[in-house]
Design a protein around this ligand. Structure first.
Ligand code: SF4
Length: 177
């Protein structure tokens, strides 16, 4: 079975995607989300998914929490609306760390759970993933997980598990939206 590294931002987004991918790949979760603010919220999301991954016996790797670096990447884009240029920079940073880790650690494929969100455009995320696939010479799975009731099914699974559901996307600037 091919080894796949799945970038994931939180338990509610991960559960449906991880379970689908597990049917065909050996899935490892990669929690790299330096965008999440404040750190207490980051830890809340991290601990929730870690607990679930342990229960499901899915390996999860925690990337570095480097918020200063993330803030420097989005400098000047603070006022952008959700879904705008700041988000594209944020997706790229998170996907690039995933592609880099995957290529350096003998994974065959990488992808992300991000497209499960109805607030996120799959076309932007997929084009970033495909470019990184070339740059790091590793296969990327293009997907729009929200389709075919994916988002609805993810919400249902999340409810069944009693997961903590955050009320904003993640960064300091999304708290106001
Ligand atoms: S709104 Fe979400 S995707 Fe956009 S920059 Fe903030 S954390 Fe990243």
């Amino acid at each position: 079975m091919k080894k796949l590294l799945l970038h994931t931002c939180c338990a509610p987004c991960a559960i449906y995607v991880a379970m689908k991918l597990k049917e065909d790949y050996k899935v490892t979760l990669f929690f790299y989300n330096s965008n999440i603010y404040p750190e207490t919220e980051y830890l809340k999301r991290y601990n929730e998914i870690k607990k679930w991954a342990e229960k499901e016996k899915i390996v999860m790797i925690q990337g570095e929490f480097d918020q200063e670096n993330w803030f420097s990447k989005v400098k000047g884009l603070e006022q952008e609306p959700e879904g705008g240029v700041r988000c594209a920079v944020c997706y790229k940073k998170r996907l690039e760390e995933t592609a880099k880790y995957a290529s350096e650690n003998d994974f065959h494929i990488f992808t992300t759970t991000l497209t499960i969100s109805p607030h996120k455009k799959a076309s932007i995320i997929n084009s970033i993933g495909l470019k990184l696939s070339e740059d790091y010479n590793i296969e990327f799975i293009e997907a729009d997980w929200k389709k075919q009731d994916g988002f609805k099914k993810a919400c249902e699974l999340s409810r069944q598990q009693g997961f903590y559901r955050q009320e904003y996307c993640g960064c300091k600037f999304s708290i106001r939206e």
